[in-house]
Design a protein around this ligand. Structure first.
Ligand SMILES: [Zn+2]
Ligand SMILES: [Zn+2]
Length: 438
């Protein structure tokens, strides 16, 4: 593919950039979440292997074989998820950072000097040269197509998808298969591990709630205490607090180890994680199939929102603030491609008309995409195969692992939709011809 395009400007600089990174809520969150998650994985695995597998399923339920099978499943599934997660967590801070300037070994990316002294290249978008990142931390680093600057990491990343607080780094295209598998493995693991204990745990929770409602101690100490409305987070949290206190009281009475409150709390956290990962997996799959990265979708959403607002103002006969027009310009998905054209005489003429001599000939034309055109959308099946490979091998963790090196090349040279490429080439030739004729 030797049409080349540039990546767009980043989102408007917002208030966040005025704060030191350590004071941003996201920074705190991303430093607390990973250790919390890893502790959760380790503790869950330990309890499955000690209390639930052998003691509860093997002992209380009298099914020792099933208990061993349960422990084995817990070990294989939790360790797989943990290893995949750690692969993302230990991504180096310079992952997917573009090289300072295009190097010769990058296929199809050729640099040209522009007459205005713009120190690069074929890559243009939105009518201004945006091939370089102007943030101080990037100091004019080259921005290949689909590169975005992450303000959380303070660097540009090729194939940027989103910055993820769960592993305190950016998700970029090469790691999407691993990310997706981590998301997809989690809900079934949680469900299978919960099957033997979910009913007794629910019954225990109900019992704990009833006890809290009949225990004079909990009634006066918790329910009659005004703070109960605030401490646990509002009216619903108040009931959760009641259940916790009742559960603790129950645990003191009968010491039923496999159904103790800690296990109930981990089960609840597991269910929450399963719901979150299932939702994220669904939206990631949809993005992959549409040929979008999360950042593309978010920007398109913002664009549509502002565009609707502009239309509304225009209909009402009110002035549209410059800031809004500015935002639309920044968020537009329209991009500009440099299209090389083999049309020797025409090029010569075109170049002369544009004040070039033969050496610095621009052998091509800059062509904008149409507003609805998606140059990187190859069609659902090909979009999927680009990330996940052919067949069903993608369901296996080591395949996602091996996919990284392939996708590392993709982010330097994204394949274009054949239809869009065709139209861009036709349009380039049309421009050249009309320029020659006039
Ligand atoms: Zn940058
Ligand atoms: Zn980041």
């Amino acid at each position: 593919m030797d049409l080349v395009n540039g990546s767009g400007p980043d989102q408007t600089r917002d208030a966040r950039t005025m704060w030191p990174r350590q004071l941003r809520p996201k920074w705190l969150l991303q430093n607390l979440l990973p250790p919390a998650l890893l502790t959760f994985f380790a503790r869950t695995w330990y309890l499955c292997l000690t209390d639930i597998g052998p003691k509860y399923i093997g002992g209380t339920l009298g099914r020792p074989h099933l208990g061993r099978l349960y422990s084995a499943f817990a070990t294989v599934s939790i360790s797989t998820i943990t290893v995949l997660y750690l692969r993302l967590y230990f991504l180096p801070s310079n992952q997917s950072v573009p090289p300072r300037k295009p190097t010769d070994h990058i296929p199809h990316v050729k640099t040209y000097e522009y007459p205005l002294g713009i120190p690069k290249s074929i890559v243009f978008q939105n009518d201004v040269p945006l091939t370089r990142c102007d943030r101080p931390s990037c100091s004019s680093r080259w921005k290949p197509p689909r590169t975005r600057h992450c303000s959380d990491c303070g660097t540009c990343r090729m194939g940027f998808d989103h910055h993820c607080a769960f592993f305190a780094n950016c998700l970029t295209a090469p790691y999407i298969p691993i990310f997706l598998l981590t998301l997809l493995y989690t809900p079934p693991t949680v469900i299978i591990l919960l099957v033997p204990i979910i009913r007794p745990l629910c019954e225990r929770a109900a019992e704990a709630y009833n006890l809290s409602r009949s225990s004079p101690e909990i009634i006066s100490g918790w329910y009659h205490w005004t703070g109960s409305w605030f401490v646990a987070g509002g009216p619903i949290g108040r009931y959760v607090g009641g259940v916790v206190l009742g559960w603790k009281a129950l645990d003191r009475v009968d010491g039923e180890e496999a159904l103790r409150m800690e296990i109930g709390a981990l089960a609840a956290a597991g269910l929450l994680l399963a719901m979150m990962t299932a939702g994220l997996a669904a939206s990631s799959i949809e993005s992959i199939l549409r040929g979008d990265l999360t950042v593309d979708r978010e920007r398109a959403k913002s664009f549509r929102r502002i565009e609707a607002e502009v239309h509304r103002l225009a209909r009402a006969g009110k002035p549209v603030p410059d800031k809004m027009q500015e935002s639309l310009k920044k968020l537009t998905a329209q991009s500009f491609f440099w299209v090389p054209v083999e049309f020797e005489d025409g090029i010569e003429f075109f170049a002369q008309r544009n004040g070039h001599n033969g050496d610095s000939l621009r052998r091509g034309v800059i062509v904008p995409t149409l507003p609805w055109e998606k140059p990187y959308d190859l069609g659902r099946a090909r979009n999927w195969n680009l990330y996940m490979g052919q067949g069903y091998g993608w369901t296996l963790p080591w395949n996602a692992w091996h996919r990284i090196s392939y996708l590392k090349n993709v982010i330097l040279d994204w394949p274009l939709s054949p239809e869009v490429e065709h139209r861009l080439r036709d349009e380039a030739e049309r421009i050249i011809k009309s320029s020659v004729q006039s």
